[in-house]
Design a protein around this ligand. Structure first.
Ligand SMILES: N[C@@H](CCC(=O)N[C@@H](CS)C(=O)NCC(=O)O)C(=O)O
Length: 202
């Protein structure tokens, strides 16, 4: 596969984790050089990431994530589980949207209020997942676990104590983070050197 994206964690990291966990051999193409002139016009909705998988060319990070989830059987064992996974991943998208807005549009003025309001938002995730462990659906990991893991990861950088009152979120974060391939990826120099966001704020 080929992931076309900026050299950022951003909306690429969940896609990378899913490929790494499923032993996909992939290359990354940095679309940051000549973005406006060369790459943006090629993207169906003018944005990256883009994933090429054989004859498929996909944009929209969540469409890519769901494609990989279907391909690698990470969409739950039945309709009820698939719904749970969708609910969590759409909720992750909502909070990611607020985070992206803070980072790119309102960091200095909005950070304090954002962090103050964060527990209320994380509490909803905690309540939703707390009856199952270590993953959202119990024993078997699904794509939304990776989405939630990455969301928690970026928030731990913004607000290092944000999980202190949320044992289920902490347990999920630890469970995903300690999976051998995830751990090895996160210990790599390339991972450590890669910024979370494109403007240096985090
Ligand atoms: N809904 C899209 C949002 C993608 C997005 O915001 N991409 C940003 C980088 S993370 C981008 O392409 N920015 C450059 C631009 O909009 O010109 C997704 O989930 O893929």
């Amino acid at each position: 596969m080929e992931l076309i994206y900026f050299p950022l964690k951003g909306r690429g990291e969940v896609i990378r984790l899913l490929m790494i966990e499923n032993d996909v051999s992939y290359t990354e193409t940095n679309c940051g050089n000549n973005w406006m002139t060369e790459w943006k016009p090629k993207m169906a909705f003018g944005q990256a990431p883009c994933l090429k998988d054989g004859s498929l060319t996909l944009v929209q990070s969540n469409a890519i994530i769901r494609h990989l989830a279907r391909k690698f059987n990470l969409y739950g064992a039945n309709e009820a589980e698939a719904c749970q996974a969708d609910i969590v991943s759409d909720s992750v998208e909502d909070l990611r949207g607020a985070y992206v807005n803070l980072i790119y549009k309102n960091y200095e003025a909005g950070k304090e209020d954002y962090i103050k309001a964060l527990p209320e938002k994380l509490r909803l995730f905690e309540n939703f997942i707390k009856d199952k462990s270590p993953y959202i659906l119990g024993e078997n990991i699904c794509f939304a676990d990776y989405c939630l893991f990455d969301l928690l990861d970026i928030h731990l950088v913004l607000a290092p104590s944000c999980l202190d009152s949320f044992p289920a979120l902490k347990a999920l974060y630890a469970a995903v983070g300690s999976r051998p391939k995830v751990k090895a990826h996160r210990e790599s120099d390339a991972f450590k050197a890669m910024p979370i966001n494109g403007n240096g704020k985090q």
